[in-house]
Design a protein around this ligand. Structure first.
Ligand SMILES: Nc1nc2c(c(=O)[nH]1)N=C([C@H](O)[C@@H](O)CO)CN2
Length: 122
């Protein structure tokens, strides 16, 4: 299946970071997520119960990240991927996490795919 449902630029304010000062404040993480889904079936019936409800997924991402209070953005991405696979029947997901670090003058980012999508050999 090549259809995807996506969320772009979901901003979550949370405790994130490895340094002591970061455990005392909230910082922004920005999530973009692509999930495999059967879009055609939902479109044929025009029924949200046949597709991934992206508003429910966005809320799930916020809950995982806010409750997690992770140190690493890698952990945030991995836990989000695990939750979407476990609770939403997603068989492929790509999660990008962006962490703006204005005090250092750059933005950090990572992206993961679970499971990894492999190119088809023909
Ligand atoms: N690969 C990573 N490197 C670093 C992370 C991280 O989450 N993954 N985090 C930090 C600090 O928390 C940094 O963001 C504070 O500015 C450093 N390196």
């Amino acid at each position: 299946m090549t259809d995807t449902v996506s969320i772009r630029d979901l901003r979550v304010s949370t405790v994130i970071g490895v340094y002591d000062w970061e455990r005392e404040i909230e910082q922004a993480l920005i999530f973009s997520v692509d999930m495999s889904a059967d879009v055609a079936k939902a479109a044929a019936r025009d029924d949200i119960t046949d597709t991934l409800d992206y508003s429910a997924v966005a809320q799930a991402i916020k809950t995982v990240v806010i409750e997690g209070r992770f140190q690493l953005i890698e952990t945030a991405a991995e836990r989000v991927a695990e939750r979407l696979i476990a609770d939403y029947g997603v068989d492929w997901v790509r999660v990008e996490v962006v962490k703006p670090i204005p005090s250092e003058g750059y933005t950090a980012a990572i992206a993961i795919e679970r499971p990894v999508r492999r190119a088809k050999l023909v």
